[in-house]
Design a protein around this ligand. Structure first.
Ligand code: DLL
Length: 433
């Protein structure tokens, strides 16, 4: 059995998991209070002392941290160790504001690698695999995270980074890559490109580990069918470490959270109140094993649900659903909550490829939602009347899903710009904020 399948941890009893969490949470809170003035002030404002936190049951007493706090405290304000103990930073892309920078000691990198190694093992990887990593390397956590996990496992690691699709496919065929790690949108593009070049029977891929952005069940089926692999989801965020905060197992029903390192909560995004088990709400994480950047009650903005039911794979760590959207990325169009994933589900169910863009504008104080989606090459040869009928069919299906009218434009195959990292699905031109 692979070393990074750790049944004594991953299949421990719920009581044991809770005991680890209690015994790690208490000193972490004390250390953060002593070493991080920013968080100490938040605790003082809330009237909480480290001594008030005696177990996970007291977690709700602690103040939340948000991305806004990280921006205010940029760059060093949330560091819990002296800077000379840190060996690495990673950072978010910063497209929607100031960058967020996370810090790591060597111990933090080791734990992160271990989390990613567990994800690889859960996807069936062993030391004998060739792990092809085409998440971006550099500041983005995707490449370094999966690279570290693959090294831990002892697999041959191809640090491809993103882009240059011809070179990706050449290495994949020449070196016999067996595990593909990239964003689901890039996996779909690679699949398309491999089939186009007639190389489908020359690839040896057996599994893919895809995450960093939302993708639907339909997209999973599409990638699995095209590449003949099993596609596993992986979740994480820079602030908490990167990929590997949670990952899917062979059951493919939710991602096991590495609960020996991170305590999850689900809260009401509006009130901040902790919601009962099984509720849909915003996911919040508390880090209990990290040295440099142990964020407490960090609000991810990801909307999900936690599932404590027994998993057929034997792992006992709680499973989180695929994020159903983000409390901040959720679009409010004509007063209706719209998640891009709902639109994707409709498009893929109707046989369209996962190449689409959602454009929101406001004219005369009224919102306009437009979905542009690529046709398949077969659809593209249809006559105009048939294309109009298809558009009408999509308008009706989207109305049934979202409850509002959507303008649909079918566009030529390959006319929507492909992304090598996270796909840009939504263009909101309303300047609401
Ligand atoms: O995306 C880390 C990562 C890299 C995860 C590679 C998985 C694989 P950030 O750039 O900080 O970190 O973005 C974090 O991306 O809060 C989610 O909204 C979204 N996200 C991450 N994984 C998934 C997923 C990386 N599997 C933000 N499904 C998170 C849906 C995801 N959304």
């Amino acid at each position: 059995m692979e070393r990074y399948y750790q049944p004594e941890i991953e299949c421990a009893s719920r009581e044991q998991i809770r005991a680890w969490q209690n015994e790690r949470l208490v000193p972490t809170v004390k250390r953060v209070y002593e070493n991080v003035p920013y968080y100490r002030n938040l605790m003082k404002e809330k009237g909480v002392e480290p001594g008030d936190i005696r177990s996970v049951d007291d977690l709700h007493k602690l103040p939340f941290l948000t991305k806004e706090d990280l921006r205010k405290a940029y760059p060093y304000g949330l560091l819990a160790v002296p800077l000379h103990d840190c060996v690495r930073i990673q950072s978010t892309s910063g497209t929607t504001g100031r960058r967020v920078v996370a810090f790591y000691t060597q111990h933090d990198i080791d734990l992160w690698d271990e989390c990613c190694a567990r994800a690889l093992v859960a996807a069936g990887a062993t030391k004998d695999d060739v792990v092809h990593v085409c998440y971006g390397y550099g500041l983005f956590t995707g490449g370094p995270g999966l690279n570290g996990g693959s090294h831990k496992l002892g697999s041959l690691t191809l640090p491809m980074s993103s882009g240059n699709t011809d070179r990706q496919i050449q290495f994949m065929t020449d070196l016999g890559s067996t595990i593909l790690c990239c964003t689901p949108s890039y996996a779909a593009y690679l699949a398309e490109s491999i089939i186009e070049r007639g190389l489908r029977d020359q690839i040896k891929l057996k599994a893919g580990i895809f995450g960093a952005e939302a993708w639907s069940e339909e997209m999973r089926q599409d990638i699995q069918n095209k590449l003949g692999i099993t596609a596993y989801d992986i979740y994480g965020l820079t602030e908490i470490s990167g990929p590997g905060v949670s990952f899917e197992c062979s059951d493919q029903h939710g991602m096991h959270i590495n609960e020996d390192n991170f305590i999850p909560e689900i809260i009401d995004p509006k009130t901040g109140e902790v919601l009962p088990e099984g509720s849909v709400g915003e996911l919040v994480f508390t880090c209990i094993t990290k040295d440099a950047f142990p964020l407490l009650r960090y609000r991810t903005r990801d909307i999900c649900v936690l599932n404590y039911e027994k998993c057929p794979c034997g792992r006992t760590h709680v499973r989180m659903s695929k994020p159903m959207g983000r409390s901040d990325d959720m679009l409010i169009v004509k007063g209706v909550n719209v998640f891009p994933s709902q639109i994707e589900t409709v498009l893929l169910n109707k046989g369209y490829p996962a190449n689409y863009q959602i454009i929101v504008t406001r004219e005369n104080n009224s919102d306009r939602l437009e979905v542009q989606v690529e046709m398949t090459p077969e659809m593209f040869s249809d006559n105009l009347a048939k294309v109009s009928a298809r558009e009408k069919e999509l308008v009706d299906a989207l109305k049934a899903m979202l409850g509002i009218y959507t303008v649909v434009k079918l566009v030529a195959p390959k006319s929507i710009v492909r992304s090598e990292g996270k796909a840009v699905r939504v263009i909101d031109k309303r300047n609401l904020y």
